[in-house]
Structures are given as structure tokens and as C-alpha cells.
Ligand binder design. Structure first.
Ligand SMILES: Cc1cc2nc3c(=O)[nH]c(=O)nc-3n(C[C@H](O)[C@H](O)[C@H](O)COP(=O)(O)OP(=O)(O)OC[C@H]3O[C@@H](n4cnc5c(N)ncnc54)[C@H](O)[C@@H]3O)c2cc1C
Length: 386
């Protein structure tokens, strides 16, 4: 099921696949049975190799030492990392292109360039319990006091909060009738973890709830210019939605391959399971939907590389996130069914993906929110404007 790719995209597809096969996949069951954690020497080995290969700077501009890959190349890479469960692929920090538009030279030096060198680790504190999906209703505040801002608010589901050393923190600025993103160091007075809930997946990255009470940060840590509002958080959403599409394609491909391998060797009623037409129908539907998902994801990435209008890209990333995440969930459900009772065991890849892929329909905006974005774009700009 080859998509015509440039030499560069094929190269990054191969690098991603080799890394997933050699460094990550062999450790999935160990991670699953150990709360998502791996032995420290394996974590270090994977991280060192990822940094050596330049993964933290895939999206970063060359002028700042990044690899400045085309979006199609990045999708080809992340698709391969999506083949692995337990979020083992999250073994390196990630500097994204928008950060270089958003951040001052001082912020680049203190946060983003160290991120690319693997010296710092980021997490995102955007979501709140009250507004939830409606991020325009965020209630956390940032109030200017001399050459500082004072932050207050509670943030939920801060992924990798247990591993990161700084937050991207979104807040309203009531005194300035504005909103903005801030860079906030972990461990400052007034930052407190109020809960570390358990979730369905088994990740080393936790998703704690944080309370920020009168946290003082330098005014120089405000990101962007007055009026930028949620623009950079939306840039992050677009990037993540597209890469969720890429990883979901990789997960679906792995599930189909493993389900076929199992169905070929499992004899029922005197014949391989793969010869049973009810099983074939599940595989055929899965392959057909995977093909649609891959075409859609790679084309949305190509639209980024062609420099199409940001409003059109925003809608396309939502279409990818909606369709491909839901497609991968259907594929995981069918794969688990094909494995039968074995598919319900935690050592089984379908069982893990069945739980893990569920959150791709929730985070970075639920499927319902993606539908609202798509419908609004359609009504405002018509099919040709999407
Ligand atoms: C494991 C995990 C990790 C996460 N990591 C992060 C992170 O690192 N940083 C971060 O900031 N956030 C993170 N999130 C938060 C995530 O983005 C939110 O959970 C998500 O956006 C949904 O918000 P909510 O949970 O408040 O749901 P709610 O907004 O309460 O929605 C509940 C239900 O109502 C539906 N709904 C809401 N509004 C509408 C509407 N207008 N029309 C129709 N239906 C609607 C939703 O689709 C959903 O089905 C994470 C969440 C999870 C579960």
C-alpha cells in the first residue's frame, strides 16, 4: 500500500521504522506490565539515540540548528512511530516550528534551543475543568505586576507533567482584555499537583492536575505579541492533530499486519482463520479505511508544504484527526475480535491499542469539536475554501 513519496519522505519513513522496530517495539510488553516504565538504561539509550538522530528538531528551522523537514516527511516519520504502544515513542522533547515565530530570542535561548538539545522537556497546561472543550472560555489569569506576571488557575490533564521541566500555560489577561501563552518553569512557588489520576492507557507520562496560586514569572516569559491570543495554541493543535492522524495510520497498519499474521496461522474448523469470509470482511474494511486515512493525512501534510491558507489547513487537520482517529479505533476493535480471547490479554498489541487509541478521539479536541470546526469552515467558506 505504497503512497508515492519523495526520497526525503522515504528516508524519514525508514528512519522512523528502524527506530520503532529496534529501540521501541521490543519493550512494549515490559512497559505494559510495569506501569509504562522502562529500565533507566533503556530510557537513556532510546533518548540518546533519538537526540543523536535529530528527532527533537525535525520541525525546527535549519537556521536554529533544526532539520526543517517538510510536513510530508514528518508525517512519514511519525506514522512509523505510531506502530508502537505505551507511548514509547515519546522519548524525546519536541521543538515545533511555530515556537520560533512565537518566541523572543531570549525565550529561544532559555527554552527552545535547550529543548532541541534534549536538555529541557515541555508540557502543555491549556485545559481546565470548567470550560473543557471550549478553550475560548479559559479562566486562568495572568496579571501584570511590575516586571512580572502573577498566574492563577487550575489546569487538568497536563501530559508529561511528571517528566517536564516547563509548561506552556494559557491564560486570560483581565487587565489587558487579552489572552496569551506563557513559559512557566516547574517547581516555582505556588505550583502544586492536586491529583494524578490513572487513565486507561499505560504510559510513563502522567497527566496530573496542577493548581497555580500567585505564581510569579518574569514578564519576559509572555509568548508572542499583544493580540496573539490563542494563535500559538491553535498552531500546536494543528500540528498535533495532523500527527495524531499519522500515528493512527501507523497503529492501524500494525494491527492489520499482526491480525493477518495471526489469522494465517490460527486453524479453526480445519482451515486458517484468514480463509473465513467473516474474518476477511473485517480485514477488507480495515485496509480500505486505512488507505483512505493515509491518503487524507499525507495530502493534508502536502497542503502545509504548499503553503496553503491557515484556515484551510485548520479545517483539514480537523478532518484528518476526526476520520483517522475514529478509523484506527474501528481497526483496533476488529483486530481484537480476530485475535479472540488472546486479543483481550494485556500482552496482545490489539488489547493495548484498543485502550490507547481511544484517547485520540478525545484529546487535542474531541471528535465532536472537530465536527464543529469542519462544519463552521464549510458554512463560512464553502467546499472550495476548505
Ligand atoms: C489522557 C489525556 C491527556 C490530555 N493531555 C492534555 C494536555 O497535555 N494538555 C491539555 O491542555 N489538555 C490535555 N487533555 C485535555 C483534552 O484536550 C480534553 O479532555 C478535551 O479537549 C475534552 O475536554 P473535556 O475533557 O473537558 O470534555 P468536555 O468539554 O467536558 O466534553 C464532554 C463531552 O461533551 C462534548 N462536547 C463538548 N462541547 C460540545 C459542543 N459544543 N457540542 C457538542 N458536544 C460537545 C465533548 O465532545 C465530550 O463528548 C488531555 C486529556 C486526556 C484524557
Amino acid at each position: 500500500m505504497e503512497i508515492q513519496l519523495s526520497d526525503g519522505a522515504r528516508k524519514w519513513q525508514r528512519i522512523g521504522r528502524d527506530f520503532a522496530d529496534e529501540y521501541l517495539q521490543p519493550h512494549e510488553v515490559e512497559a505494559e506490565l510495569n506501569d509504562g516504565r522502562l529500565a533507566p538504561e533503556i530510557v537513556k539509550r532510546n533518548r540518546d539515540r533519538a537526540i543523536e538522530l535529530g528527532f527533537p528538531g525535525l520541525d525546527a528551522p535549519a537556521v536554529h540548528g533544526g532539520l526543517e523537514l517538510a510536513m510530508v516527511e514528518q508525517v512519514a516519520f511519525w506514522e512509523q512511530l505510531g506502530r508502537v504502544t505505551n507511548a514509547l515513542s515519546w522519548c524525546f522533547p519536541e521543538a515545533q516550528r511555530w515556537m520560533f515565530d512565537a518566541c523572543s530570542e531570549d525565550q529561544l535561548q532559555r527554552y527552545i534551543l535547550p529543548l532541541m538539545r534534549g536538555e529541557r522537556k515541555e508540557c502543555y497546561a491549556i485545559t481546565e475543568a470548567g470550560p473543557g472543550s471550549d478553550v475560548s472560555g479559559i479562566e486562568a489569569t495572568a496579571v501584570r505586576d511590575g516586571d512580572e506576571y502573577v498566574l492563577n488557575g487550575e489546569k487538568w490533564y497536563v501530559t508529561s507533567g511528571n517528566l517536564a521541566d516547563f509548561f506552556w500555560f494559557q491564560a486570560k489577561l483581565p487587565d489587558e482584555d487579552d489572552e496569551a501563552l506563557f513559559l512557566v518553569d516547574q517547581g516555582l512557588p505556588g505550583i502544586e499537583i492536586t491529583a494524578t489520576p490513572l487513565f486507561s492507557h499505560t504510559y510513563a507520562s502522567h497527566h496530573p492536575t496542577y493548581r497555580f496560586s500567585d505564581v510569579r514569572i518574569p514578564a519576559a516569559n509572555r509568548v508572542g505579541n499583544p493580540g496573539d491570543g490563542m494563535a500559538y495554541t491553535h498552531s500546536w493543535f494543528r500540528h498535533e492533530r495532523l500527527m495524531i492522524g499519522a500515528r493512527s495510520c501507523g497503529a492501524a497498519a500494525r494491527l492489520i499486519e499482526d491480525a493477518v499474521a495471526f489469522a494465517n496461522q490460527r486453524i479453526v474448523d480445519g482451515a486458517p482463520l484468514s480463509e473465513k469470509q467473516l474474518i476477511q470482511a473485517m480485514l477488507a474494511d480495515s485496509v480500505t479505511e486505512l488507505w483512505a486515512g493515509r491518503l487524507m493525512t499525507f495530502e493534508a501534510a502536502a497542503a502545509h508544504d504548499r503553503g496553503e491558507h491557515v484556515k484551510s489547513l485548520h479545517a483539514r487537520c480537523s478532518i484528518v484527526k476526526l476520520y483517522v482517529s475514529e478509523m484506527a479505533n474501528r481497526v483496533a476493535d476488529r483486530a481484537l475480535q480476530i485475535f479472540g480471547g488472546r486479543g483481550y490479554m494485556r500482552e496482545n498489541v490489539a488489547e493495548r491499542f484498543f485502550r490507547e487509541l481511544r484517547v485520540d478521539r478525545i484529546w487535542e479536541g474531541t471528535s465532536e469539536i472537530q465536527r464543529l470546526i469542519i462544519a463552521r469552515a464549510l458554512v463560512k467558506r464553502g467546499l472550495d475554501g476548505m
